[in-house]
Write a protein that binds this ligand. Structure first.
Ligand SMILES: [Zn+2]
Length: 49
């Protein structure tokens, strides 16, 4: 499974903001936002929500 994370603070606490066709992502921790957030592979067992 892949999730996006903030390229600035590496936080995975991001949310998608609708707007345009692709939309963009907003980091809840540092406030960074953009359309190009990197993705990383994570193990499903490590997901905590
Ligand atoms: Zn961030």
């Amino acid at each position: 499974m892949r999730i996006k994370f903030c390229p600035k603070c590496k936080s995975t606490e991001i949310e998608m903001s609708s707007g345009g066709l692709t939309g963009f992502w907003n980091c809840k921790k540092c406030g960074y936002n953009g359309t190009l957030f990197p993705e990383k592979e994570i193990n499903e067992k490590k997901i905590t929500k």
